[in-house]
Ligand binder design. Structure first.
Ligand SMILES: [Zn+2]
Length: 257
């Protein structure tokens, strides 16, 4: 099925990588597509797939908005977690969906990310989290902000066990997700051109009264500033993750060929 590229306007046919063949623009991947790309075929087993959000601050219209997003995205919330293998190695993965309320982190996203990290810590299995988020889910008020501390604490527990956390930042990763677990990986990868930041450029320009440099908050800029370790093409993502898993095994001498 042909679709219009949002970057170059050409009508293009996309394969499973979903990269525009005309201009190289990266289309967003939903969690199922991302997992199919990095996991071994048929190896994925979802965890906590039926968890749904309550309305913790009794905000009018929130339940309807959740229902609308569940229907639109065929997801129960903005992250999918589970187990799979990558080139035969067991991992725990979490993949965020920007299509579900802008990938915002509420109680369900925070709880599922935390469970993924704690499972990894318990079993000594590497955790891979692919982020895409506008930030905290304002509809859950303080419960949303609390997820930053909760996920960061879980990442610290994982680290204490000496189990690696690999982050894949995809477009866009901003706000409370950037300010918590997304920056706590042992290795932080990013997709080319992804916007990565905390506040948006307009807010920052308004606050500091200065114009921001070209390419501000793009993955390449963040790599130059030391926030991102490597920018990885989507076509190389599985191979790169497999390499990282093999080279970060605890207490073993790696023979990577
Ligand atoms: Zn294009």
């Amino acid at each position: 099925m042909a679709e219009l590229c949002t970057a170059c306007g050409h009508e293009v046919r996309l394969d499973h990588f979903k990269i525009c063949p005309s201009c190289g623009h990266y289309f967003p991947l939903n969690p199922g597509e991302r997992i199919a790309l990095i996991g071994d075929e048929g190896s994925f087993v979802e965890m906590e797939g039926t968890m749904v959000s309550a309305n913790p601050i009794s905000l009018a219209g929130y339940e309807e908005k959740l229902e609308e997003n569940r229907k639109k995205s065929a997801l129960n919330d903005a992250v999918t977690i589970g187990r799979c293998t990558i080139e035969g190695d067991a991992v725990i993965v979490g993949v965020m969906a920007f299509s579900f309320m802008g990938g915002s982190m509420g109680s369900v996203v925070g709880e599922k990310i935390t469970q993924a990290l704690l499972e990894g810590a318990l079993e000594g299995v590497p955790v891979i989290l692919c982020t895409a988020s506008g930030g905290a889910r304002m509809q859950e008020g303080i419960f949303s902000l609390m997820q930053m501390a909760k996920t960061a604490s879980a990442a610290a527990l994982l680290e204490e066990t000496g189990t690696p956390l690999f982050i894949v930042l995809t477009n866009p990763t901003t706000g409370g997700v950037t300010a918590s677990f997304a920056m706590l990986g042992d290795v932080i990868l990013a997709e080319p051109g992804a916007i990565i930041g905390f506040a948006g450029p307009r807010v920052i320009e308004g606050t500091i009264g200065q114009q921001l440099p070209e390419g501000f908050q793009r993955a390449e800029f963040q790599q130059e500033k030391g926030f991102v370790d490597a920018i990885v093409n989507r076509t190389d993502l599985k191979r790169t993750l497999s390499f990282l898993i093999r080279t970060h095994r605890r207490g073993e001498v790696s023979h990577v060929g």
